[in-house]
Each structure stands twice: as structure tokens, then as C-alpha cells.
Design a protein around this ligand. Structure first.
Ligand code: ADP
Length: 697
């Protein structure tokens, strides 16, 4: 009981472990996929950021190169317009083209305004505050420009407009010269929003936010902002101008484009999905496999139980003759354990030492590919304790799934019991045959004694008659003088003596035979029939005859000479079977039956041995469906030496009658319906059934 419980617990724990492993695997896969998706998203974002940085850098470089171009334009303006009057028109034209410049001034070397022009695009730029308010920045830029002998920028400053508006401005001061002498400054006032809107590539700005910031992050000018989302990517690039540094800030919305923001993430997700479905399919496959494994295990267990319960020994050998499998029955047979047997080669441990050579040769023939006999072959095995036993080995080639022979499978039957039964049968057959011979001899002896007694008595009386005749003269008082007569008388006397001696010898033989009558015992009818049954069955099987045996319940035992009555039954049954030969065309299969019946006979007025009245009798009948008895045969049936068979002796029935009559019974016969003959005989029941002697006498 302990073992199955342990196995069940072990299976349970194995199953829960398996589930836990599956759960862990699923968790790992899901985590891995999460990490992959996250990393892919991160990678995409980094790529977007880099692109944004590049765009910002290109915007900054656009602005810088535009400013440089503007400086050149201003220089050429100065060269084409040498006077204040001539300056005004080209300056206005330039401003119309460059919206980012809100005011252009030509200042002399003392930084006093020689000529000036305002942008036409922002009316009343200096309506709220006077231009002079910006002079410190202008001066700062021009001082710087003078030092640099090139363009210089002021720091940016907020310029308020009317109606609460305003804009961030920055001054650019460019020292100009004429004929190699300083000829004052050109001061261009840039609006920072103008710089952003006019000097940048619009294509790069779609949907993005662009602004100028102070180094500390304070916003100076805004061109556009990112709308609709709070998640943005930001790139900052420095625009360092001579004299001032600005930070350009480019913002781009961080788009969550659906669940799969980009191809990479989508691919990773698709792969993950594929992986998950493969996992699912794998799981299903494993489940199916487990089910199949369980079924295989079940059928294996069934086969194992079958093999273990077999009494036939099973043994498998490979092509080299090594044992690969044995079942418990085989182990029991040879007295060795499976561990001791599996793996052993030739000579096998159960081979009797003196037969090793013969068996080895047999194995060689088999391994050489000889066809194995279907009916098997007999052999002798030896156990480790030296006992031997006969076996029947039936062998077949072992074919694997690919149809290749991998060895031999043998079924081994222990013939010990079969041999024992065969020996027993043979012994009982020999015993019966011996009694049959003895009985026949006895019958012949009593027959001869009966037949010879009369001639011997006649010889004896003739001899004494002759003697009387020869002796007559003596009776009349005349002496026998003739010596020839004396010799004759002597001879006749001898004849008489020898005849008497012969009669005595015959009587003693008859007595010897008769003495057997004394061997009486109580025997059940069943045991009588059982004793001859093996012999009858053998013959019946050979002739295709069915035996029917019916013994009435509570049938008493009979008082008889057991062997003799067995002989009677055997004789009658054999005669019956011989009357139904296989070659008989008129005999129907359904009628090939021999019936032996035993029951109590009531109406029988016979005398028991010893002359005592016998009330209870047992009746035996042997019924066949044979050819029946013709009138002629009936007439001579019990005549000694009458037979219709070539090999018959004709003593069977007469012996039967003698035996039955010696028991006080009677042997009769009558035709059977629809065909055949019934032989009946009676035997006295055993004394228990006999009424007390006192009441009868
Ligand atoms: P055997 O068997 O040696 O011939 P038996 O005395 O037993 O001698 O039988 C004598 C003959 O009686 C047989 O040869 C057979 O012809 C005949 N006979 C005996 N029993 C039967 C029977 N049941 N049916 C037909 N004929 C029988």
C-alpha cells in the first residue's frame, strides 16, 4: 500500500513542478518581450532625438549663414550709396527683402545717426518708446565692432510696443570704411522672431516648436510651439554671434503612433506574438505527447502484467545471442534472477555442461539465418542446483519497427508436468495391457482345463477299463504268466497315472486362475471408469468418437475384482468403438457417440458369491451406434476364438462373460435404437447395501 501512495505523491509533485516550470517560462518570455519592446521604443526615441539635434544644428547654421550674407549685403549697400540721400532708397529696398531687419541706421564715427530707415512691416515700432532707449545696446555693439573691425552683436533686449505687445531685438553693428578710412557704422536691428521666421528652412519646422532662449533657459523669442501633447523631444543648439550667444531650441512632439510606434517595435511585437503562439503550440504538443506517453505507459503496464502472469517463459536475444529480456516465469524456470540473466551471452547459464557443444551448434545454425521450426523444438535446461527439466522452445525472429531483424524471441514451456502425466498414462496403460494378457491367459487356461478334463477323464477311465480287462484272469484266480501282458498292464497303469497327473496339473492351473476370484473389494463405479478413461479417450480421439459417461447419483459401490472389471469395461467399450469405424459411410457425425452408463439395477434375482441372496445390484451398460450384430454373429458371440477381425483373438467377450459370471452377475446384449448395440452387465453392490444376514435366513 505504501508504494502506490509514494508513486502518486511523486507524480503529483512532478506535475506541479511541471506547471511551475511552464509558468516561469511564460513569465520569462513575457518579460523578455516587454524589455525588447521597451528597448526598441527607446532606440526609436534616441533616433528621433538625434534627427532633431541634426535639424536644430542645420537651423542654426542656416541662421548663421544668412546673417553672414546679410553682413555682405550691408557692406555692398554702403559701397553703392556713398551719401545719406543716395543711401535711403537701396536701404528701403533691402529692408523690404529682409523682414528680419526692423531698422537700419548709418552712423558716423561718433555714432551719430547719418541716415536711418525703419521696416515697413511693423508700424509704429518706436511709437511707444523712443529709439534712444536702445542706444546703450547700439553703443555696446559698435564699440565691440570697432575692436573687432568686423560685425558685432549686442545682447538682446525686449522692446515694448503699443497695446501691451513687444518683441525681442538685437543690434548688429558693422564698421564701414571708405577709401581705406573708417566711415562710421551700419547698425541693423534684428527682431529675434524675425530671425526665426525668415532665416530658417520652413520644411524643418512643420509641427515643431522653435524658440530662442537665454543660456539660463529664459525664453526670448518664440516662432512656434508644439501643440496637443505634453510629451516632446527637445534639441538645443548654441548660436554664438560675435558679442552675444543665443540658444536655439527646437521641439518635436514625441508621437505615440498607436500601440506600435514604428517598424522595429512592430516587428519585435509580431515576433513576440509568433513566439507566444509557438510556445502555445509547443505546450499543446507537449500535452498531447504526455497523453500519448500515458497511453503508452498504460499499455506497457498492461503488457507487463500479462507477461508477468504468464506461466510460459519469455526470452529475447539479440543477434549475438545475448539476452535482452526475460519474464518472471523464465527466471523461475531456470532459477536465476533477471539481473543475472540479462546481458549474458553464449553458452547460456542453463545449458547442461555436457550438452554445451550440441546447443552451441544449434545456436550457430539459428544465427546463420536458418528458418526456425514453427512447432518448436525440445531441449533440456539445468538449474544452478543441478536439477534438470525438459522444455519446449518456440522461437520467432524479433523484427523492429523498421522491419529489420534485431534478434530472437522465444517462448519456453516447462514440460516436466506434461512428462509426468505421460509417464503415468503409459504406466497405467502397461498395467492394463498386462492384466489383459493375464486375463486372456487365465481364460485360455480355464478353457483348456475344461476342454482337456473330459478327454483326460476318458483316457483315465479307458486305462482303468483296459487294466480291468487285462487283470480279469487274476480275478478268476489265474496268475499272469505272460510277461508281455505284465508289461502291457504296467504301461496302461502308467497311462492312467499320467492322465491323472495331467488332470491335477490342469486343476492346479485352474485353481490358480480361480484364486483371483478371492480378490474382491468395494469400488465406486466412477473410479472404475476413471481408471480406463485415459485409454478410452486416446482411442476415441483417434476415431473421432465422443464419449458420454453417466453415473447415476448415489450409485452404490460394487464388490468386485477391480482389475478384471476394468478389463471388462475396456473390452466392451473398445468393441463398441471398433463397431464405429471412421471408414463407415453410413455413420453420421452426430451418432459417433459411445455411452457408458452406470445405475442401480433393482430387478435382479441372482445369487451373490457364496450363495447369499443379493438385493442390490449395479447395472453397467455400454452403448454404441455401430453396425450392430447380425444373427450369425449373435449365435457365436461368446464362443471362444470367434472373431470377425483379422487381428482379433475372439476371447474378449467370453472373458467378459466369465468375469461377470464369476462375480455372480450377468452379461447381456440387445440392439440399440436407431442403430448399434447395447451390452449390459450387472455386479453386486458392496456389502453396506446388503441386508443383514439374520433377517433373510
Ligand atoms: P475380438 O474383439 O478379439 O474380435 P470379441 O470376443 O471381443 O473378440 O468379439 C467377438 C466378435 O463379436 C467381434 O469380432 C465382433 O465381430 C463382434 N462384436 C463384439 N462387440 C460388438 C459390438 N459392440 N458391435 C458389433 N459387433 C460386435
Amino acid at each position: 500500500m505504501e508504494r502506490p501512495h509514494f508513486i502518486r505523491a511523486w507524480r503529483e509533485s512532478l506535475r506541479s513542478l511541471r506547471w511551475r516550470l511552464w509558468a516561469a517560462l511564460l513569465l520569462l518570455v513575457v518579460t523578455l518581450l516587454g524589455v525588447l519592446i521597451f528597448l526598441a521604443a527607446e532606440y526609436e526615441e534616441a533616433r528621433d532625438q538625434t534627427a532633431l539635434e541634426q535639424d536644430a544644428a542645420s537651423l542654426v547654421s542656416d541662421i548663421r549663414s544668412s546673417l553672414v550674407r546679410n553682413v555682405q549685403t550691408l557692406q555692398s549697400l554702403h559701397s553703392v550709396a556713398p551719401t545719406a540721400d543716395s543711401w535711403a532708397f537701396p536701404a528701403a529696398e533691402l529692408m523690404a527683402q529682409h523682414r528680419e531687419i526692423v531698422r537700419l541706421e548709418w552712423r558716423d564715427n561718433a555714432q551719430q545717426v547719418t541716415a536711418a530707415r525703419d521696416t515697413p512691416f511693423i508700424p509704429e515700432l518706436f511709437g511707444y518708446l523712443d529709439r534712444d532707449q536702445a542706444l546703450p545696446e547700439v553703443r555696446l555693439a559698435c564699440d565691440h565692432a570697432r575692436r573687432l573691425s568686423g560685425p558685432a552683436y549686442s545682447s538682446s533686449y525686449f522692446w515694448p510696443l503699443r497695446h501691451g505687445k513687444g518683441l525681442e531685438l538685437i543690434e548688429m553693428c558693422l564698421p564701414v570704411a571708405r577709401a581705406g578710412l573708417p566711415n562710421g557704422f551700419l547698425v541693423a536691428t534684428y527682431s529675434l522672431p524675425g530671425l526665426l521666421s525668415e532665416l530658417t528652412n520652413r520644411d524643418l519646422l512643420r509641427g515643431r516648436g522653435l524658440a530662442f532662449n537665454e543660456a539660463d533657459g529664459t525664453r526670448l523669442a518664440l516662432h512656434s510651439i508644439v501643440t496637443g501633447t505634453r510629451r516632446t523631444l527637445t534639441a538645443r543648439q548654441v548660436l554664438d554671434l560675435p558679442g552675444h550667444t543665443l540658444i536655439l531650441q527646437l521641439q518635436s512632439p514625441r508621437l505615440l503612433r498607436g500601440l506600435f510606434p514604428n517598424v522595429l517595435t512592430a516587428m519585435v511585437s509580431a515576433l513576440s506574438l509568433a513566439l507566444l503562439s509557438v510556445l502555445f503550440l509547443l505546450g499543446r504538443d507537449i500535452r498531447r505527447r504526455q497523453r500519448a506517453e500515458m497511453e503508452v505507459a498504460k499499455s506497457l503496464a498492461f503488457r507487463k502484467a500479462m507477461e508477468d502472469s504468464l506461466v510460459t517463459g519469455l526470452r529475447a536475444r539479440d543477434m549475438q545471442g545475448r539476452i535482452t529480456y526475460v519474464n518472471p516465469a523464465f527466471c523461475d524456470m531456470v532459477g536465476l534472477t533477471a539481473e543475472q540473466l540479462v546481458g549474458t551471452g553464449l553458452p547460456a547459464p542453463w545449458w547442461p555442461p555436457e550438452l554445451v557443444d550440441e546447443y552451441q551448434q544449434r545456436q550457430m545454425v539459428r544465427l546463420a539465418g536458418q528458418v526456425l521450426p514453427r512447432e518448436g523444438y525440445e531441449s533440456v535446461f539445468q538449474r544452478p542446483d543441478g536439477t534438470r527439466f525438459p522444455v519446449l522452445i518456440i522461437e520467432a525472429p524479433l523484427i523492429d519497427a523498421q522491419g529489420k531483424q534485431t534478434g530472437f524471441m522465444s517462448a519456453i514451456l516447462d514440460l516436466t508436468e506434461q512428462r509426468r502425466v505421460e509417464d503415468l498414462n503409459r504406466a497405467s496403460q502397461e498395467r492394463l495391457q498386462a492384466t489383459a494378457r493375464l486375463a486372456t491367459m487365465g481364460e485360455m487356461a480355464s478353457l483348456l482345463s475344461h476342454e482337456l478334463n473330459q478327454p483326460l477323464a476318458a483316457i483315465s477311465s479307458y486305462a482303468s477299463g483296459t487294466l480291468n480287462l487285462l487283470e480279469q484272469p487274476e480275478g478268476s484266480g489265474v496268475a499272469v504268466a505272460d510277461p508281455v501282458q505284465a508289461d502291457l498292464m504296467q504301461a496302461v497303469r502308467r497311462i492312467g497315472e499320467q492322465a491323472e497327473r495331467a488332470a491335477r496339473v490342469i486343476k492346479s492351473v485352474a485353481d490358480f486362475v480361480r484364486r483371483r476370484q478371492q480378490v474382491r473389494e468395494a469400488v465406486t463405479p466412477k473410479s472404475l471408469i476413471d481408471a480406463i478413461l485415459p485409454l478410452l479417450s486416446l482411442q476415441a480421439k483417434k476415431q473421432g468418437i465422443r464419449l458420454q459417461i453417466q453415473i447415476a447419483p448415489e450409485c452404490p459401490s460394487v464388490l468386485c475384482d477391480r482389475t478384471m472389471v476394468e478389463q471388462v469395461l475396456l473390452n466392451l467399450a473398445r468393441n463398441g468403438m471398433q463397431a464405429m469405424p471412421l471408414t463407415d459411410p453410413s455413420s453420421r457425425m452426430s451418432l459417433r457417440v459411445l455411452r457408458l452408463e452406470v445405475g442401480q439395477a433393482r430387478l435382479h434375482s441372482g445369487l451373490a458369491p457364496g450363495g447369499l441372496p443379493q438385493k442390490a445390484w449395479v447395472a453397467f451398460s455400454v452403448t454404441d451406434h455401430g453396425l450392430g450384430l447380425s444373427e450369425e454373429v449373435q449365435a457365436k458371440l461368446f464362443t471362444p476364438f470367434f472373431t470377425t477381425r483379422a487381428e482379433g483373438m475372439g476371447l474378449g467377450l467370453s472373458l467378459c462373460r466369465t468375469v461377470i459370471e464369476q462375480h455372480g452377475g450377468a452379461l447381456t446384449h440387445e440392439p440399440n435404437e436407431p442403430r448399434g448395440t447395447v451390452f449390459r452387465f450387472t455386479l453386486p453392490a458392496a456389502p453396506v447395501q446388503v441386508a443383514p444376514l439374520s433377517s433373510g435366513a
